[in-house]
Design a protein around this ligand. Structure first.
Ligand SMILES: Cc1ncc(COP(=O)(O)O)c(C=O)c1O
Length: 412
């Protein structure tokens, strides 16, 4: 096909990611499992070794030079994430272990403090298990009720049904910004407005959104926004919880220990100010420091450029895969990011994944941690999912198409 028009130098970008030179099963790697985790550019890998090699020290407490340097880098990264989300205040940026950890933090603190018998929490059919189970655990303990927004055949939320669910009993709405299984982009701004109209707070699970679109938490007016750095070209084991200051201030702490306290006696402990109140113990310093380079890397490429290119990849993949007999794309939302979920008639998704892997093509198969969604779609074995990032190419999509034809030849 013709070379796509893009403002980005894709070959240069590819050279930034050393893992893309790896051979897998004797073939050059085609990495289409980006919704699970993205690969890391050299600048991020180098930031980790630089930290450990030159200024590793515990932060906030030490007075020596290394501790000061590490503390500065750590807090500088918090400032860059504040700008990244356009949060009003730097203390609204809480470091967590990831999206899952952020949601559990909100459930265990905000949820346990403010939700009780008969209060309702609204989630959606598209949710990842990490935005289902913490609320189920809370409901079990506190007697709250979980309600679920249904979807239509394209994999979009039924907004009419959502509106019917809202009432003065609704205390929290917690929905995914972008579905990891289908790629659907949810109308979160409208969801937030409608929830606020009945006095409910809103958490947005942005795990799949931050690498594909601009996120402005003030424009959205969400109460909480959570995401993981490892899906944004950054390190694993690190996430961000954004929360509005007034709400975070009213919430009790999550874990107890060092850093999150002002003063401790055996009789009574007073808690630290934001954001430290929610960051007990030695944090993930190296990964926080490296996160700054991931955010800079994405900023330099420009989200608009990235999204435009990834949309071209999505359009091409949808077209090419759509030409394969017996292949059905699952999830045809009008607003979608670069995720293509599909099933092949007569072939188990696991077999698709295994045979593609033999050809060096990494995709994800199964329920994608969205078992209730797969059951709703009548696909208990799940789907095969190819998810694209900025370093993927049209030629790689051609390889995927050839690979799928090979799967059919072998299995049918
Ligand atoms: C939509 C969504 N939410 C939550 C998560 C959980 O993220 P983590 O495992 O980084 O906590 C994922 C991970 O795939 C996801 O895609």
């Amino acid at each position: 096909m013709n070379k796509p028009k893009t403002a980005l130098d894709i070959e240069k970008i590819r050279s930034d990611f050393p893992i893309l030179n790896e051979a897998v099963n004797g073939k050059s790697l085609v990495y289409f499992d980006n919704a699970a985790t993205t690969q890391k550019p050299s600048v991020v890998i180098n930031a980790l070794t630089d930290y450990y090699g030159h200024y590793n020290a515990n932060i906030h407490r030490g007075l020596h030079a290394l501790a000061e340097k590490a503390t500065f880098a750590f807090e500088n990264s918090r400032h860059s994430l504040q700008r990244f989300l356009n949060a009003a205040l730097v203390e609204e940026i809480i470091f967590t272990y990831g999206t899952t950890d952020g949601i559990n933090l909100v459930a265990q603190t905000f949820g346990r403090r403010f939700l009780g018998q008969g209060d309702e929490i609204i989630i959606s059919t598209l949710e990842h298990h990490s935005n289902i189970v913490p609320w189920q655990m809370l409901c079990e303990e506190r007697g709250c009720v979980l309600r679920v927004i249904p979807i239509n055949e394209q994999g979009e939320l039924r907004m009419d049904e959502y509106e019917k669910m809202l009432s003065e009993r609704t205390k929290l709405v917690s929905v995914v910004h972008v579905s990891n299984s289908l790629g659907t982009i949810n109308p979160v701004k409208t969801i937030i407005e409608k929830a606020h109209a009945v006095g409910a707070k809103v958490l947005i699970d942005g795990a799949q959104a931050t690498s594909h679109m601009e996120v402005d938490v003030q424009a959205l007016d969400c109460d909480f926004y959570v995401f993981s750095l490892h899906k944004l070209y950054g390190p694993t084991g690190l996430g961000v919880l954004y929360g509005k200051k007034a709400i975070l201030d009213a919430m009790p702490p999550y874990r107890g220990g060092g850093e999150m306290i002002k003063e401790v006696t055996f009789e009574k402990t007073t808690y630290n100010d934001l954001p430290y109140k929610f960051e007990a113990g030695t944090p993930n310093i190296a990964d926080v420091v490296a996160a700054l380079t991931a955010v800079q890397y994405v900023d330099e490429l420009g989200k608009t450029n990235m999204a435009a290119y990834e949309n071209e990849l999505l359009r091409y993949a949808t077209e090419q895969l759509g030409d394969i007999d017996g292949l059905r794309i699952v999830g045809q939302a009008a607003e979608k990011i670069s995720v293509v979920s599909f099933v092949l008639a007569g072939i188990h998704p696991q077999d698709i994944g295994t045979i593609l892997d033999q050809q060096g093509i990494a995709i994800r198969t199964g329920h994608h941690c969205t078992q209730p969604l797969m059951n709703r779609l009548g696909l208990p074995s799940g789907t095969a999912r190819a998810s694209f990032a900025v370093y993927n190419t049209f030629a790689e999509i051609d390889k995927l198409v050839q690979g799928i034809r090979k799967v059919q030849k072998m299995m049918l």
